[in-house]
Design a protein around this ligand. Structure first.
Ligand SMILES: Cc1cc2nc3c(=O)[nH]c(=O)nc-3n(C[C@H](O)[C@H](O)[C@H](O)COP(=O)(O)O)c2cc1C
Length: 174
């Protein structure tokens, strides 16, 4: 499918069936993450792949709201980075997240961004510290977000190019 067509059909998917994601497809999603552009090619990110049910249930408490879909997800990819490597770590991690989200969609797999940076966990700690205590990443790593993944159990209407906010495009000057 042409990329724009794929993008029109992309949506955040938060409801999943019990069907497992094939490991070869999971590998492709991770490859998409690692193929992402990074400032000065520093690749500051690390990807923590979680598939264990009991851990996914705990990841669902990593935010006060907006992370509950993780308890029913097949897989979570937690994206962290070492800010000492580069001052573009947020951009670098965001691009990897977006590429993995789109790659998942292209394979018929549903996914959703779960914001972690600047967010609070249900126990009152930061999402970053909460996930660090579960996943044991070193102090120097910062949390960007988690990608929740599963076989889709909801259908969403594709976007209509005619309804895009064209007024936000400013040619030559604002
Ligand atoms: C930076 C960012 C943070 C987001 N955080 C969350 C989140 O914590 N929980 C959630 O359910 N969705 C989250 N989303 C998904 C958005 O809610 C979603 O992209 C938006 O509503 C548009 O819907 P669509 O992705 O289906 O087009 C996030 C998306 C982005 C880009």
């Amino acid at each position: 499918m042409e990329l724009l067509e794929l993008m029109k059909h992309r949506h955040s998917i938060r409801k999943y069936t019990d069907e497992r994601i094939r490991t070869d497809n999971l590998e492709k999603i991770l490859q998409a993450g690692m193929l992402s552009a990074t400032g000065r090619n520093k690749r500051p990110w690390e990807f923590i792949v979680v598939r264990e049910k009991s851990m996914l249930t705990q990841l669902a408490n990593s935010k006060t709201a907006g992370a509950q879909m993780l308890s029913k997800a097949d897989t979570a990819i937690v994206v962290i980075a070492d800010p000492e490597k580069t001052d573009t770590w947020i951009e670098d991690c965001s691009i990897a997240m977006a590429n993995m989200h789109l790659m998942a969609h292209s394979l018929g797999i549903g996914s959703c961004w779960v914001q972690g940076r600047l967010r609070e966990a249900k126990d009152g700690s930061s999402a970053e510290d909460y996930l660090r205590s579960l996943l044991h990443y070193p102090e120097k790593y910062k949390l960007l977000a988690t990608l929740s993944l599963g076989m889709p159990n909801e259908q969403k209407t594709p976007a209509d190019l005619e309804t895009l906010p064209a007024e936000k495009i400013h040619w030559e000057q604002y």
